[in-house]
Design a protein around this ligand. Structure first.
Ligand code: IVH
Length: 715
């Protein structure tokens, strides 16, 4: 951009103004942003700095002189009786400490009561209620003049068209934010995609585009929400209503009137409380169903607010404490592909480092081939990346007007970059895969990591770096090879101390004792997650039974039973349990395919040879009378016994203990009753243990439980 090329402040200010006007127009009028918020803010602050250093360069039409937003020309306009102002920003703790100091000094007090709330990332609107009726809704526009969106706002389901309570004020302007929730945003974009219509770039944009419509029917088809956070004009009239004296009181009162108010708010004394609130909300941010870009602190007492007043176009009594931007602009330097455990090929964008979501990001996922095609992402493109919470950073979209002239469409490689095998994409699948299977070092590595992970065989110390070396040095080709590793070999790996080598070999040895469900999960069969593995373990009971399964016949039986059950239901008869409940065709197909591969059977055989063991049971599925067995009760050693878990066990998490009990036919229940057979109590066992004593239910510890499972004897 030209601004960087000049040092003349006059030319620089002009270039910045032009660019900001262009971005403003694209954003507010066309609802089609050309830059990320962070990029816009940076330009804006740059212009502010130039104007501050050279006040004579400030023009009345400079974007810095506007509160934000230009009314859309084709909607009727509304003059705001009380202007809609903006907020000052702080980006760090020091900014808040300084704000608190200014407020205290301004009021001449030692400590101030603040109301803290979320800074919603939507669009500001003002709602006028006359004698309790919603008569007008307007956007903020430029702060003085907004757009009339009354018919559109009326379609917002959570907004009352009439206020609750018998004596509404003659007039009240309720101010707040209109938002679109993430789930609705995703659904709408999916709809847009299906209709080949343009997608919205983010929920705020979608909310703005949906509210600022000439046709309210369109607004009605797009679910919007509203949260109130302020007040404009007010006239009690003859109602006798007195306004609350505090901001927090105002929001409480709004709630009584039926106006939506967000629950995430607090009142606190002094600066510390504000910073605690900021941190708490920061940890919750990624889990909220809508976007926020910070929190807002307001002096709670209206009287104090009035005394503090305003500076320029922002109040002295309030400030926005912003979170690090979750979106940023950067350039794609390269596109690589990663090969996953099942051979899935994931394209990854290598980025020019960019600070986003509070960290520096250099990689972003591009998901799959279709996504790349849809977004038309190319090497050399300037893109918006997003990193929200702990989510993997992703490329949101391309800024097309910054695309280099020579750019070419990206194509996924046709050969696996790791093993050279063909990359294939099956019909109906979004994901392309390397066809190399365990020949491919990348897949082997991922398969081993999966096998060793905590929820599978739980081999502590077998991480990324170690597995990498084991595969590269060809020491381990399949999981069973792990069990042949000795201390010397392991100690010979890079950065492996003798002690760690000894620990790892011990951990591998210990991992030999497992459960059937964990073993099945560890095999890494496509679609067989922990839950599916548990169902399989429970219903088959033994590995041999599973290896011998006639999958097509099982599916057939399942379908027949399902049909018969429909008949039984209509006749009011008891239902027969369905085998492999919750396990659909896709999973069965994956299982059948996996088991049909001789090398998979060999690998399983080798794992048994090296001594991986677990307690086996007679499952329900392959027994002749299976259909008559009550559901869930299998014939394992714990068959028919009900356990309750309480407190924390020394070695097993609650899920693990539950899985072991269930894998051997037992049931785990949440509460103790006379029907409970055993209560397994760990450290800090509470009322459930007391209840057991009261009812005379035997209390056992982890050791006793494991003995029962392993010996198959209930004592
Ligand atoms: S108070 C006089 N409270 O932030 C103070 N604004 O830069 C006026 N916003 O346009 C605003 N959440 O769209 C306030 N809890 C909140 C807010 C909030 C979001 C937006 C609002 C406004 C902008 C101010």
């Amino acid at each position: 951009m030209s601004r960087a090329a000049t040092t003349d402040p006059g030319l620089q200010a002009e270039a910045l103004r032009d660019e900001l006007v262009r971005l403003d127009h694209a954003y507010h009028t066309l609802d089609d942003p050309l830059a990320s918020d962070a990029e816009y803010d940076a330009l804006f602050r740059e212009l502010q700095a130039v104007e501050q250093a050279h006040p004579d360069l400030q023009t009345p039409d400079s974007p810095t002189q506007r509160v934000g937003g230009i009314p859309r020309s084709d909607l009727p306009t509304v003059q705001h009786e009380v202007p809609m102002l903006s907020l000052g920003n702080a980006f760090d703790d020091a900014g808040i400490v300084a704000f608190d100091r200014r407020v205290r000094e301004g009021l001449g007090v030692a400590s101030v009561r603040y109301a803290a709330e979320l800074k919603f990332d939507g669009l500001a609107v003002t709602l006028r209620y006359e004698n309790g009726l919603l008569v007008r809704a307007a956007t903020r526009g430029d702060g003085s003049v907004g757009e009339d969106v009354t018919p559109n706002a009326r379609t917002i389901a959570t907004l009352p068209l009439r206020l609750e309570g018998a004596h509404p004020p003659a007039l009240i302007d309720v101010r707040g934010e209109v938002l679109m929730f993430h789930a609705d945003f995703d659904a709408i974009n999916q709809r847009q995609r299906a209709a080949d219509a343009r997608e919205f770039v983010n929920p705020r944009n979608a909310a703005a585009g949906s509210l600022r419509q000439l046709d309210a029917r369109i607004t009605a088809s797009r679910p919007l929400h509203f949260f109130a956070y302020g007040i404009g004009a007010f006239d009690a009239g003859t109602s006798g209503v007195a306004l609350p004296e505090t901001h927090s009181g105002l929001l409480d009162w709004y709630r009584k009137l039926g106006i939506p108010v967000n629950d995430e708010r607090a009142v606190m004394e002094g600066c510390e409380g504000l910073l605690d609130f900021y941190r708490r909300i920061g940890t919750q941010r990624a889990g909220l169903p809508y976007d926020i870009d910070g929190v807002v602190y307001k002096v709670d007492a209206f009287e104090a607010q009035r005394r503090l007043g305003f500076v320029a176009r922002a109040p002295r009594f309030a400030i926005a404490h912003k979170f690090p931007a979750e979106e940023a602009t950067t350039v794609i330097e390269q596109i690589d592909v990663q090969v996953g455990r099942t051979g899935a090929i994931t394209p990854v964008a290598r980025l020019a480092p960019v600070f986003v979501g509070g960290v520096t990001v250099t990689n972003a996922t591009l998901h799959n081939e279709d996504e790349i095609r849809r977004k038309d992402v190319r090497v050399g493109d300037t893109v918006i990346v997003r990193r929200a919470g702990d989510v993997i950073p992703e490329v949101l979209r391309v800024l097309i007007d910054k695309r280099p002239a020579e750019s070419v469409e990206y194509r996924l490689p046709t050969a696996c970059p790791v093993c050279g095998s063909a990359v294939v994409r099956e019909e109906g699948e979004a994901v392309a895969r390397c066809s190399g299977g365990l020949v491919c070092a990348a897949q082997r590595k991922q398969a081993l990591l999966h096998f060793a992970q905590r929820r599978a065989l739980d081999i502590e110390g077998l991480g990324d770096k170690v597995v990498d070396q084991l595969v590269v040095r060809d020491l381990v080709r399949q999981p069973a090879d792990l069990f042949a590793l000795d201390r010397e070999t392991v100690a010979g790996l890079d950065r492996m101390a003798d002690k760690s080598a000894a620990n790892l070999v011990d951990a591998i040895e210990k991992a030999k004792r497992t459960t059937f469900a964990r073993f099945l999960f560890a095999l890494g069969i496509r679609h067989v997650g922990e839950e599916v593995a548990r169902v399989l373990a429970r219903e088959f009971g033994r590995l041999d039974a599973l290896l011998a399964a006639d999958w097509p016949a099982l599916m057939e039986r399942k379908r027949t039973l399902q049909k018969e059950n429909v008949g039984r239901r209509t006749r009011g008869e008891a239902q027969r349990p369905i085998p492999l409940e919750g396990i659909g065709d896709e999973i069965v197909q994956a299982l059948a395919q996996f088991m049909a591969e001789p090398h998979n059977r060999d690998a399983i055989g080798r794992m048994r040879e090296v001594g991986i063991v677990w307690p086996e049971a007679d499952g329900t599925i392959l027994r002749v009378d299976a259909v008559d067995t009550p559901q869930g009760a299998s014939a394992g050693p714990l068959s028919g016994k009900t356990f309750v878990l309480t407190g924390s066990l020394p070695d097993l998490t609650r899920d693990e203990a539950k899985a072991r009990i269930e894998a051997t036919g037992g049931k785990v229940s949440a509460s103790v009753s006379r029907k409970t057979d055993f209560v397994v109590a760990g450290a800090e066992a509470g009322s459930k243990a007391e209840k057991a004593v009261e009812l005379g239910v035997p209390l056992i510890d982890q050791e006793a439980l494991l003995r029962m499972i392993e010996s198959g004897r209930i004592k």
